[in-house]
Ligand binder design. Structure first.
Ligand SMILES: [Zn+2]
Length: 377
């Protein structure tokens, strides 16, 4: 390499040193730039070296300025670990790449040096550890002289019970009224100061179905939380005061667990109250559903938002608990994803066989509750 070619570029010492970051390690880029300049000076004599240059535009001298913007945005957010990133103009990144390519592409990018150096500067002041999965992502935008902050959401796992036959799991977009999500979320928001919240359920029951027994797993996500560490037993207490939604087994969780609980498939046990022309011989029809596979085409009531396909679902059993006044109380165990109302009614032949088709007379479901989900916990 020719030192004259290097210094003809008119870069600052830091950006000069960065061209050879991978060759001569153990020095800072600026120190390396200084050494190169001494070598240059001994051959070619003195030269004016700029303090900043067209690659860095002085960003390394502006840490205090970025820090002040950051502090004004952080406000009273609670965070443990941090991660520093940055945005540079593409043309600068390209220019630097071209320069480094002329000298063997052994350099380091300005972005990498900036993230490291600003990170060091920050951790000296705010004393927080770095993490790839940080609570707070700090992104310095050197194009618009701004600092963006992204707070990792807080995820809380739990199990809920819903004692209402008039409540959806998540909030309606165009309707008001309580949901499992809003009852838990309202308290979560009050305790964390989060901007918004999202409930991720391990499956869902219909609006008019109670979720009883051992309950359903969920993870609730609080976005942009001000407080990350809350007393989960207090959250439980506050939610359970609702008298309709009860939560328990709360623990801190993560985004990856959302996918996990959403993908789990478990058999369920239901209690259904069935009405129609009910006589004692309904027992024969119930007995027919002993470990059999039914064909279930997407029900008419949900066809507008689900694809129209035929699912094959296993029905473990249908047992009679009691028969009284044209009504039968049934216990039904079925595979995950079985539409129980249609298993009873037949849904105009779309579910086959159905309890109605085997019985030979139309049956309706007057109420339905989930009383157990067969999971391992
Ligand atoms: Zn520079």
């Amino acid at each position: 390499m020719d030192l004259k070619d290097i210094f003809d570029l008119n870069l600052c010492l830091r950006c000069t040193g960065r061209i050879f970051a991978g060759v001569d390690t153990g020095l800072t880029n600026e120190e390396r730039g200084k050494r190169l300049y001494f070598a240059y000076k001994s051959i070619y004599g003195e030269k004016d070296i700029p303090e900043t240059c067209y690659i860095c535009n002085g960003v390394f001298q502006r840490f205090d300025e970025f820090f002040n913007i950051l502090m004004s945005k952080i406000g009273d957010y609670e965070f443990g670990s941090i991660l520093v990133g940055s945005i540079f103009d593409d043309s600068i990144i390209e220019k630097e790449k071209d320069i480094q390519a002329r000298f063997g592409s052994k350099g380091e990018s300005i972005k990498k040096e900036f993230n490291r150096e600003f990170g060091k500067y920050l951790s000296n002041i705010i004393k927080r550890p770095f993490s790839k999965d940080a609570d707070l992502i700090i992104e310095v935008d050197t194009i618009y002289d701004n600092v963006n902050i992204i707070l990792k959401p807080v995820y809380i796992y739990g199990i809920y019970i819903k004692k209402s036959r008039d409540m959806s799991q998540t909030r309606w977009i165009h309707r008001t009224g309580d949901s499992v999500e809003s009852i838990i979320g309202k308290e979560l928001k009050a305790m964390t100061g989060c901007e918004n919240y999202y409930l991720h359920g391990a499956g869902r029951e219909d609006v008019d179905v109670m979720m009883l027994g051992n309950g359903r797993q969920f993870i609730i996500e609080a976005s942009n939380p001000k407080v990350r560490n809350i007393d989960l037993s207090e959250l439980q207490l506050r939610v359970n005061r609702s008298g309709t939604v009860f939560i328990y087994n709360l623990s801190y969780s993560s985004k990856s667990n959302v996918r996990k609980i959403k993908s789990e498939m478990h058999d369920k046990l239901y209690v259904a109250e069935v009405s129609g022309d009910i006589r004692n011989n309904i027992k024969n029809a119930c007995d027919y559903f002993n470990d059999i596979i039914i064909d279930q085409r997407t029900p008419l009531r949900v066809i507008n938002h689900r694809s129209d396909i035929v699912r094959h679902k296993k029905i473990n059993y249908i047992n009679i608990i009691s028969i009284m006044n044209e009504r039968a109380i049934l216990k039904i165990r079925a595979e995950a994803g079985t539409y129980i109302k249609e298993l009873v009614t037949g849904d105009n032949g779309r579910t086959n066989p159905s309890l109605s088709s085997v019985y030979g007379s139309g049956l309706q479901v007057s109420s339905l509750d989930v009383i157990k989900i067969y999971r391992d916990d």
